[in-house]
Design a protein around this ligand. Structure first.
Ligand code: F6P
Length: 349
């Protein structure tokens, strides 16, 4: 039986190792030798001097301990060069030379694009959606999203406790790139009073108004959850013009940040303090929740079975709570759904 291979690509996501482990267990069960490719598509560029620089044989002994390990054991990378058709030709040749007859790609949107292009070159590929951003619309959830949400929720709960102690509003930034799902889920689960996301236009004055209303009704420790991509949908605001007169170190044309938003809100709401926290990479670098591990297990099994049956160019996802697959192209073309009514409700209550 020829080899199959697996790689992780893009930002790491909790559950990637569990998915690799599932691929390995299922491949071993079906007698399919498995090769792990290191650092995403970079491992296929032929830069390494020896096999071990870019590849690793993933037998059961190698993977048994990694399932609940944070990060990605195979390492990951973003690979811009892979957009070049000549580079992809070379990668496909390397895969053929290694007698690899199928590839499981664990990653996000860009990683799936790469997989689709490899399929066109005759390399059967299956995609497992691994990203904390939850920005792949064909699936209800992506691998890592549940874990990242739980990290954000734990963080905001802790912040709300100390905010309460000090009567201090707080602005918390969560990840998600251009997708506000993590922010919405965090706000919903914690009862945060304000949430801003890239999908909906917003104004600083409206956030200040809402915060002021909270303060007036006695809530002096409200939480504003912001998605990291929310600045793109913010009505332009001259940070320098507003903050400079207060002696804040900011230069003309500098962008808005979470810290600066807190500073502005402090002044607009007349509070002694408005603090800020960027949750950051703790959202990615932790062990997967049971839910993510379970999806990883099912997705890994499905990926190997599809390759075994000669079915390729498919994206695995979750629909009505069940693991399913659909053509990669259709999956990537799915239109994003933004839960505007939830967004409105969270900002209205
Ligand atoms: O895609 C996952 C993600 O964590 C995004 O939420 C974030 O915008 C980005 O990756 C950060 O990437 P990097 O690891 O390059 O800082």
């Amino acid at each position: 039986m020829s080899n199959i291979a697996v790689l992780t690509s893009g930002g790491d996501a909790p559950g990637m190792n569990a998915a690799v482990m599932s691929v390995a267990r299922n491949a071993a069960y079906l007698g399919m030798p498995l090769i792990g490719i290191k650092r995403g598509y970079n491992g296929l560029l032929g830069r390494g001097q020896k096999f071990e620089d870019d590849f690793i044989r993933l037998d059961l002994d190698t993977v048994l301990d990694i399932a609940d390990m944070p990060g990605t054991y195979l390492r990951t990378a973003r690979c811009d060069e892979f957009k070049d058709p000549a580079v992809r030709e070379k990668a496909a040749k390397i895969l053929r030379d290694l007698d690899i007859s199928g590839l499981v790609v664990i990653g996000g949107d860009g990683s799936f694009q790469g997989a689709m292009r490899l399929c066109e070159l005759g390399i059967p590929c299956i995609g497992i959606p691994g990203t904390i951003d939850n920005d792949l619309s064909y699936t209800e959830v992506t691998l890592g999203y549940d874990t990242a949400t739980n990290v954000c929720v734990d963080t905001v709960r802790a912040i709300r406790a100390t905010s309460r102690s000090h009567d201090r509003p707080h602005v918390v930034e969560v990840m998600g790139r251009n997708c506000g799902d993590l922010a919405l889920a965090t706000a919903e689960a914690t009862g945060a009073e304000v949430v801003v996301v890239p999908e909906a236009d917003w104004r600083i004055d409206d956030v200040a108004k809402r915060l002021n209303h909270q303060i007036e009704i006695g809530n002096t420790r409200a939480t504003v959850v912001v998605a990291e991509g929310c600045w793109a949908s913010m009505e332009p605001f001259d940070v320098y013009e507003f903050l400079h007169p207060y002696g804040k170190q900011v230069f003309p044309g500098e962008p808005m940040t979470t810290n600066r938003l807190a500073s502005i809100l402090k002044r607009k709401c007349g509070m002694a303090e408005v603090r800020s926290t960027v949750v950051g990479y703790t959202q990615r670098g932790c062990s997967p929740t049971a839910r993510d591990s379970m999806f990883a297990f099912e997705a890994g099994a499905m990926a190997v079975q599809l390759l075994r049956k000669g079915i390729s160019n498919q994206a695995i996802g979750v629909e009505n709570g069940h693991t399913f697959y659909m053509p990669m192209e259709k999956a990537l073309a799915a239109k994003r759904h933004f839960n505007r009514s939830l967004y409105n409700l969270l900002n209205a209550l």
